[in-house]
Unconditional design. Structure first.
Length: 191
């Protein structure tokens, strides 16, 4: 059920960003992966959020390592987002909003997005910060699915100001997408 919801969300993102047309070649070539987990695999506790305010945040808040293949011709920058569609009882939680990633950057090291990075323009997440904020699933809510999407755009890396929300970024990149790829990470409450 959650995988179907994810696929519908990805189709919506692709439609908004790419104007309804997604190249089969771009979808075959453009891909994202992590050395820390497989697609639909478990995030490690260290990738979970940490917060003195939220008792469900029991991780170390270390961003996972990611790498991707180069975007299609015309790509100038990448947008990276991590969204929990099951968070806040279905309202959703934005954990990571990063953009302005230059075309020559095709990976982020573990922990790189936990602090300011020269490779990333930080957008505002649900914790009101501009760096990675790891998952904090509540007890008795099952395993949440964290959609990590990467969008190749024709925007220059400095085109968008720092601190934009996920929704503001989606509006700003509409019509500028060249390709989109995604993977899912899962995590349940950490006792």
């Amino acid at each position: 059920m959650a995988r179907v919801q994810f696929l519908k969300s990805l189709s919506l993102v692709a439609g908004l960003v790419l104007g309804g047309a997604m190249s089969a070649n771009a979808a075959d070539v453009f891909s994202i992966r992590s050395s820390a987990f497989e697609d639909n695999g478990q995030l490690q506790k260290k990738h979970g959020g940490i917060s003195p305010i939220n008792k469900n945040c029991r991780g170390d808040n270390i961003s996972p390592p990611l790498s991707w293949t180069a975007g299609p011709e015309g790509t100038k920058s990448y947008v990276l987002m991590m969204w929990d569609p099951e968070g806040r009882m279905g309202v959703g939680v934005s954990h990571w909003v990063a953009y302005g990633i230059p075309v020559n950057v095709t990976s982020l090291a573990e922990g790189e997005a936990t602090q300011d990075s020269k490779s990333i323009v930080g957008g505002k997440n649900a914790s009101d910060t501009i760096v990675y904020f790891g998952p904090c699933p509540a007890p008795n809510t099952g395993s949440h699915h964290y959609v990590i999407s990467l969008i190749a755009t024709d925007l220059e890396p400095n085109a968008l100001k720092s601190g934009m929300t996920r929704e503001e970024v989606m509006v700003a990149i509409q019509g500028h997408g060249k390709a989109v790829t995604a993977m899912v990470a899962r995590m349940a409450y950490m006792p």
